[in-house]
Design a protein around this ligand. Sequence first.
Ligand code: F6R
Ligand code: MG
Ligand code: MG
Length: 364
Amino acid sequence: MPQTLSVIKADIGGFVGHSSMHPEVLDYGREQVAQAVQDGLLIDGQAQACGDDMFLILSHDRGEDDETLHKFAWDTFQGGTEVARKLHLYGAGQDLLVDAFSGNIRGAGPGSAELELVERPSEPIIVFMGDKTSAGAFNLPFYKMFADPFNTAGLVIAESLHDGFAFEVHDIANNKKAVFQSPDEIYDLLVFIGSPAHYAVKRVVTRSTGEVAAVSSTDKLSLIAGRYVGKDDPTAIVRCQGNFPAVGEVLEPFSTPYIVEGFMRGSHYGPWMPVSLRDANPSRFDGPPRVVALGFQLAEGKFIGPRDMFDDPSFDNSRKEANTISDILRKHGPFEPHRLPLDEMEYTTMPVVAEKMASRWTAL
Ligand code: F6R
Ligand code: MG
Ligand code: MG
């Protein structure tokens, strides 16, 4: 029987400001998950946090897009919002964009990534949790993991990976998808995924077996709400070893703090810093953006772990580099390329200022 892994996440209130999650809110999530395991809805589950977002990491046998499962996540976020309200936390219920749940969490505000698998005798997986960045942030790391032989030695020297991977790309604004084969079509693929604000890699599939190797959340909050409501703060699930990249190949892309959209007011570029759970509390200029990697071994659907994979001195240089990049970008203040281009900013005073100044502009 295939199992399903679902990671469903939302910002339901920050402590302090947008920097972190209050322990009482996280405890509430943990209690709900434990109850759902007891009730038989879940095989297993955990509630974890990165910055001000709660990530429900769930294992079950109900398949993707299951209404009962999604409703459980929705109800947990609503209950957690009540805890956040009681403590007067900041932005309580921020990502819950609809008044009532109507069958699927997609389009309701929370982000989700779901993956079906037939568990191998030993099944290592990594769940990534991002904060202060956008859907599409996993494009570059996924490309490195699954298409770049300078990152993933297995693409060259392991028979199981040598046939390459297929990338399912979503055109976020136009609700379309296309599949690109790697390595044959990498130049075409890069034309699209090199623009992560518009195109996001949803899924990566092993070409030799058809198994899903990785999946990410591509929900874009500002497109759902039609206005700024916070950052998407994406998640991803990646299977490792055997027919998939090794754990070290999956983590290696994060040794460079690639520059992503997000940071202060979701309107700046900043380096994506790989951190341990302990350091996932973005405070400087509401950033820099963070990513946590939780490693698990699955045991008949039970999560053995997590291991906090970036809690490793071998990522110290990336963190140092991220701080240096932040220092340099911060000196640009409100100038691009620290500030996002006008049409990509989540916050903008441009329409108001443009109207106020309209008569000031005269022909050259
Ligand atoms: C970015 C983020 C924060 C807020 C900023 C202003 O994803 O969440 O940088 O945008 O703290 O927050 P508000 O508008 O809630 O005062
Ligand atoms: Mg927030
Ligand atoms: Mg957040």
